[in-house]
Design a protein around this ligand. Structure first.
Ligand code: AMP
Ligand code: ZN
Length: 136
């Protein structure tokens, strides 16, 4: 199902033109208009889901299979030597477009910037507390 006024619904379904790398019945892969690097692409399901929480399991598996195929193609064609997959869910995570998308960011030997964060240093007890909170 499409969602009115969702730009990625319109792009995924071909109502707004995009730099398409791949399309099938359920997905479209496009170039990001403001790429972090050469070949930065987005995998978009044609059916609207806000984010991973809403994405049907079947689409979630299909997305990863597509990502793998496109990763191999990018490495062959762009001579990229690494790849970051990034997928933001919710405002707190920096999601700006509320239609599920998986970022594919090919990386090159000349890249000096890594996607990074400041590593924390929790105690064993803190790790155990969060582990329990999740699994129990
Ligand atoms: P996120 O922060 O994960 O929601 O990422 C949204 C991404 O969509 C950003 O990298 C934008 O550059 C990209 N984007 C937004 N609008 C368009 C568009 N019309 N075509 C292609 N990419 C877009
Ligand atoms: Zn949408």
């Amino acid at each position: 199902m499409k969602k009115e006024e969702c730009i990625f619904c319109k792009i995924a379904n071909g109502e707004i033109p995009s730099k398409t790398l791949y399309e099938d019945e359920k997905f479209r892969i496009i170039l990001d208009l403001k790429p972090i690097g050469r070949g930065h692409a987005l995998i978009l399901p044609k059916a609207h889901a806000d984010d991973l929480y809403e994405l049907p399991e079947e689409s979630a598996s299909a997305v990863m299979i597509l990502a793998k195929k496109m990763a191999i193609k990018m490495a062959e064609k762009l001579h990229s030597v690494g790849l970051n997959l990034v997928q933001n869910n919710g405002e707190a995570a920096g999601q700006t477009v509320r239609h599920f998308h998986l970022h594919m960011i090919p990386r090159y030997s000349s890249d000096d910037e890594k996607i990074n964060w400041i590593p924390g240093s929790p105690t064993e007890e803190e790790l155990e507390t969060v582990r329990k909170q999740i699994v129990e």
